[in-house]
Design a protein around this ligand. Structure first.
Ligand code: PGA
Length: 257
């Protein structure tokens, strides 16, 4: 049994005041829902982490960072370590998001270092993988997924990988309003699960949760979550409003896995 996990990636949105308002609104909405069956994670910008941690304290809602640097500490201007994220209340951290790969020179090697660093300090990495449109059109989707997964997991044991979450995010579906069809998502998730089996073992393949990300909204949540290998969602745009994010949570919590 894999528990559904819905994470909201707030990206570079929300001042501290706005983040507290959204957290409080979400608390009011979640209170009405039976959310025991799923994990809910909020990933605000670094500046709002502590305040959001305080706002969702004792609600069961969990917190994640959007990135980290692999060193424990040091002269790395502008970076944030895993220990700092833990200190601010995080249990999760997004690693290798396509926007970081595209705009901030993230590579498979840096994703691998960050994943190891996250695990070392007790954070659960949400490792993002996914193909661009040109790669999909050239029939290279599975090659890209294999290179992202093998790159991210280099040197990790089966035990390590059991503590990781993978997010399949086709780049062409992120922020475009163009969602992968449930069949496209399932095909990619199944490929990733089979690859985990090949690289590790049956247990890893069965246990690791794979989220889908890319224009998830209330209207497409149920059909995506109903796919056998889709275990949750990483939500961008629709996580910025309490109504749409809680509607996604509601739809996801109604899916029986
Ligand atoms: P989106 O973003 O839901 O706005 O497409 C998803 C993501 O980038 O994680």
């Amino acid at each position: 049994m894999r528990k559904i996990i819905i994470a909201g990636n707030w990206k570079m949105y929300k001042t501290i005041k706005e983040a507290i308002e959204l957290s409080n609104a979400l608390k009011r909405e979640f209170f009405k829902l039976d959310t025991q069956a799923i994990d809910i994670v909020l990933c605000p910008p670094f500046t709002a982490l502590s305040e959001v941690a305080e706002a969702v304290n004792e609600t069961g809602i969990k917190l994640g960072g959007q990135d980290l640097y692999w060193a424990g500490e040091g002269a790395f201007t502008g970076e944030v370590s895993g220990r700092m994220l833990r200190d601010a209340g995080c249990e999760f951290v997004i690693i290798g998001h396509s926007e970081r790969r595209q705009f901030f020179s993230e590579t498979n090697e840096s994703v691998n270092k960050k994943t190891k660093a996250a695990l070392e300090c007790g954070l659960t990495p949400i490792v993002c993988v996914g193909e661009r449109l040109d790669e999909r059109e050239a029939g290279k989707t599975f090659d890209v997924l294999r290179s992202h997964i093998e790159g991210a997991l280099t040197g990790l044991s089966a035990e390590d990988v059991l503590r990781i979450i993978i997010a399949y995010e086709p780049v062409w579906a992120i922020g475009t309003g163009k969602t992968a069809t449930p069949e496209q998502a399932q095909e990619a998730h199944k490929y990733i699960r089979d690859l985990l089996h090949k690289l590790y073992n049956q247990e890893v393949a069965q246990e690791v949760r794979i989220q889908y990300g890319g224009s998830v909204k209330p209207e497409n949540t149920a059909e995506l979550m109903n796919q056998p290998d889709v275990d949750g969602a990483l939500v961008g745009g629709a996580s910025l409003k309490a109504e749409s994010f809680s509607e996604i949570i509601k739809k996801a919590s109604e899916v029986l896995k």
